[in-house]
Ligand binder design. Structure first.
Ligand code: HH2
Length: 271
């Protein structure tokens, strides 16, 4: 899964794809490099990111989605994912040709939120009606609170339990089990050590039976291990995570540097 951020403020590539022409160019590059799925995000999710609102998110997203439809003749197997936690945005995106919804709040679990989460209540019924693949990512809180919610006594057991709970809620809303991908949400309400623990014991999450998606690309925990403050210089650290994640059961890797990681993925899978 190749990342296309149509945002001015994403942590590693903000501003690089902020017009439909640039996003289309990036989509072509990622497909040439071997991406199977393109993940479009129009709202940064990094800690401290400002919420732009559904109208602005759609204003960024829809022209790009429309432009990407022109790639389908050349790339009939192309899958377009939209990274959004807002149901109205997801609905408009699906109507405009998106194939997947990637919901970073899909597996949200915040003890003192009124409904036990900050999930958009309309999202799950939409996904049930659409029948599309749905990435249910573990997170807690939102961009402004997530860092303070990284409190676990056993991060792997708790992330698994919270994903199980979120999955039960999704199934009760009519989502079918085959639509659901699990994602441990690397960097979302997790410290460096907690991210590393999740990756060391990823097979415990894979054992639950949902295909696993992981998104380690260029993230802060890799910078912390390597002492590398520049996100774009974290490719080799990302590659190491990807190889080990495949060995431990990951099915989909969400990355910025598709070319090198396709090599890593093919080699790791062959081994
Ligand atoms: N990480 C980011 C965004 N979306 N979706 C899933 N399923 N898994 C992830 O790990 C994940 C995600 C954060 O990375 P990025 O898109 O590069 O940055 P930003 O949120 O600042 O746009």
């Amino acid at each position: 899964m190749g990342v296309i951020n149509i945002t001015p403020d994403s942590f590693s590539d903000g501003g690089r794809c902020d017009t439909p022409q640039r996003a289309l160019g990036q989509a072509r590059r990622l497909l040439r490099q071997g991406a199977d799925v393109l993940d479009l995000g129009a709202q940064s999710t990094r800690p401290g990111a400002v919420m732009v609102g559904a109208a602005e998110e759609l204003e960024r997203l829809l022209p790009v989605l429309e432009a990407l439809q022109s790639l389908r003749l050349q790339h009939p197997a192309l899958l377009i994912s939209v990274d959004t936690f807002v149901a109205s945005v997801a609905e408009a995106a699906l109507a405009a040709g998106a194939d997947w919804i990637n919901d970073v709040r899909g597996g949200n679990y915040t003890v003192d939120a009124p409904d036990g989460s900050l999930r958009d209540p309309a999202m799950l019924s939409l996904i049930a009606r659409a029948g599309c693949p749905y990435v249910l990512m573990h997170s807690r809180g939102d961009s402004s609170t997530m860092d303070s919610l990284a409190l676990y006594s056993d991060v792997v057991a708790e992330v698994r339990e919270e994903l199980e709970q979120a999955t039960a809620v999704a199934l009760a809303a009519g989502v079918r089990p085959g639509q659901i991908y699990w994602d441990p949400g690397l960097g979302f309400a997790k410290t460096t050590e907690q991210n590393l623990d999740l990756l060391r014991r990823l097979s415990e999450l894979a054992a639950a039976g949902h295909p696993l998606l992981v998104g380690p690309s260029r993230k802060r925990f890799i910078g912390a291990v390597l002492g590398e403050p520049r996100p774009r210089a974290r490719l080799w650290g990302t590659a190491a995570v990807c190889a080990l994640a495949i060995d431990r059961g990951a099915s989909v890797l969400r990355v910025h540097d598709v070319g090198p990681i396709v090599q890593v993925a093919r080699m790791a899978a062959a081994l």
